[in-house]
Design a protein around this ligand. Structure first.
Ligand code: DX5
Ligand code: ZN
Length: 220
């Protein structure tokens, strides 16, 4: 079953609770982008906002940590109610320890990779994680154009997961829209993150419905 995550970076943040309530019956999870102004050239929101949002929705929340020192913060993001924590491969020299810490605390551990980071670098961590977050734009902003090369990364990742007999989720984040959703699913994506595709799209209900009817063929 394909899942859709609504990325709140693209919503009207002055009305965050209303925006989440507007979309929550259509989507499977909320995507919460944390940016520190160091790892990425933007600053978004963090722990107090997560705490406030947690009271407003029962949907799972996936926290995408775009920060240079994730090991200092994962505990608090889990305590404030994140269900999934995605840490960037590029930010974590002790990734094995970190993903096990996330899992031991009861959250799902995802590893995010930037557009330049090859999939093969995950070969010795893939069995320790619940999902991979493939960045299909350079992280930092909503509303950017999908980088076409990401499709092949997803296909390679699907192959790796299949060969190892794993059930790792493949989340794709950045520039996902009505034009590329179907092909992403056919190539192995299992969770589509959308900011503009949901909050800045009058036809998002129809888009999400059609996405959820898609089936991955997971061909190599
Ligand atoms: C980018 C963020 C994405 C972004 C997606 O750094 O990680 O989650 O909000 O937004 P769209 O779907 O508009 O590209
Ligand atoms: Zn994100």
């Amino acid at each position: 079953m394909i899942k859709v995550a609504a990325s709140i970076l693209a919503c009207d943040l002055a009305r965050l609770a209303d925006e989440v309530k507007r979309v929550e019956k259509h989507v499977d999870m909320i995507h919460f982008d944390v940016m520190d102004g160091h790892f990425v050239p933007n600053i978004s929101f963090g722990l107090p906002v997560l705490k406030a949002l947690r009271k407003e929705t029962k949907l799972p929340i996936s926290v995408h940590l775009m920060i240079t020192n994730p090991e200092d913060y994962v505990d608090r993001f889990i305590e404030e109610g994140s269900d999934i924590i995605a840490v960037h491969y590029e930010t974590a020299p002790h990734l094995h320890r970190l993903v096990h810490k996330i899992r031991d605390m009861g959250a799902q551990a995802f590893v995010a990779i930037n557009p330049h980071t090859p999939v093969f670098l995950l070969s010795d961590i893939i069995m320790d994680i619940d999902g991979v977050l493939v960045m299909s734009v350079n992280p930092g902003f909503s509303g950017q154009r999908f980088i076409a090369r990401s499709l092949e990364k997803i296909r390679n990742l699907r192959k790796m997961v299949k060969e190892l007999g794993l059930e790792t989720e493949i989340m794709v984040d950045g520039g996902v829209n009505e034009e590329n959703a179907s092909i992403l699913i056919k190539n192995g994506a299992t969770i589509l993150v959308m900011g503009y595709g949901i909050f800045k799209n009058e036809n998002y209900v129809e888009l999400v419905r059609s996405i959820k009817q898609e089936r991955g063929e997971f061909a190599d």
